[in-house]
Design a protein around this ligand. Structure first.
Ligand code: NAI
Ligand code: OAA
Length: 320
């Protein structure tokens, strides 16, 4: 029997991430190729015409899984009945800015949209905040939507996680799908700590630690870390626009693994509320290694056996 459609909200859907993301969702990249979807797209009135253009293109693409499109500038209409909310709406940084520099503009959006989601989304709606500063916006949403369970509010650090996998795969000249279990600790900002101390590569001789294969601790402790931390800025410098296709793809990865589960023996990085694990103050939205089963994430314990620079673990460093 055909599955019931899942309603997926994308805010900021007329923007560049939205334009890359909505066709991925409509093709089943996020929720599976057997899962029908109804897309809810929200943007602001100045972008209404562009949003309508995106809706027209979705119709023109004739996606078999797409069972309906709501395109609106009304937050209540957009949020009504949604099962998944991908919060992309907001302003991107420009060259030379840090992500915290868009905070004053973007945080107020998350205050306002928290109550629309809280009051009108489907029960147990899963929320992914993408807009920057992502951890802070997710925290604001959590504080202003207290009836949404905190475990349902997350932010995107999967892009950083995927960037780390990509760097290792390029360094070792191996398939990216053979690399796993990197960790992004902390914030989606240049203060994050990309950690390869538990990462492995699937080789003909079995799973091998990344450190053993790379044989270059200076690179792993230096250039690798700064490349991942600064990748967003490097994309802005090159494209004059911030990353969009990789952000959209990583948002699909985040939701897919959360809903459908992580593969056995694999963890991913998600910004989730801290329960005090690893001495991260409870309540902060912080990126940890997690596994997912039955639609729930669990923080992987015991990955702190290897010492990493304590400055990276300072909660203050991760606030923004
Ligand atoms: N967490 C992550 O890994 C990443 C986060 N980002 C962030 O995602 C956000 C979106 O980036 P882009 O799509 O490139 O920006 P964009 O400027 O192309 O699109 C943003 C869209 O949001 C809309 N918007 C503004 N205020 C809104 C509101 N109150 N409600 C609904 N929509 C609203 C704008 O009209 C625009 O259409 C930025 O904050 C960017 O920094 C970008 C890449 C990666
Ligand atoms: O760097 C930016 O401003 C956009 C972003 O978050 C990323 O690409 O990681």
């Amino acid at each position: 029997m055909a599955k019931e459609p899942v309603r997926v909200l994308v805010t900021g859907a007329a923007g560049q991430i939205g334009y890359a993301l909505v066709p991925m969702i409509a093709r089943g990249v996020m929720l599976g190729t057997d899962q029908p979807v109804i897309l809810h797209m929200l943007d602001i009135p100045p972008a209404a015409e562009a949003l309508n253009g995106v809706k027209m293109e979705l119709v023109d693409a004739a996606f078999p899984l797409l069972k309906g499109v709501v395109a609106t500038t009304d937050a209540v209409e957009a949020c009504t009945g949604v099962n998944i909310a991908v919060m992309v709406g907001g302003f991107p940084r420009k060259e030379g800015m840090e992500r915290k520099d868009v905070m004053s503009k973007n945080v107020s959006i998350y205050k306002a949209q928290a109550s629309a989601l809280e009051q009108h989304a489907a029960p147990n709606c899963k929320v992914l905040v993408v807009a920057n500063p992502a951890n802070t916006n997710a925290l604001i949403l959590k504080e202003f939507a207290p009836s949404i369970p905190a475990k349902n509010i997350t932010c995107l650090t999967r892009l950083d996680h995927n960037r780390a996998l990509g760097q290792i795969s390029e360094k070792l000249n191996v398939q990216v799908s053979d690399v796993k279990n990197v960790i992004i600790w902390g914030n989606h900002s240049s203060s994050q700590y990309p950690d390869v101390n538990h990462a492995t590569v699937n080789t003909a001789a079995g799973e091998k630690p990344v450190r053993e294969l790379v044989k270059d601790d200076a690179w792993l402790n230096g250039e690798f870390i700064t490349t991942v931390q600064q990748r967003g800025a490097a994309i802005i410098k090159a494209r004059k626009l911030s990353s969009a296709l990789s952000a959209a793809s990583s948002a699909c990865d985040h939701i897919r693994d959360w809903v459908l589960g992580t593969p056995e023996g694999t963890w991913v990085s998600m910004g989730v509320y801290s329960d005090g694990s690893y001495n991260v103050p409870a309540g902060l939205i912080y990126s940890f290694p997690v596994t997912c089963r039955n639609g729930e994430w669990t923080i992987v314990q015991g990955t702190d056996a290897i010492l990493y620079p304590m400055s990276f673990l300072s909660p203050i460093a991760f606030c923004f």
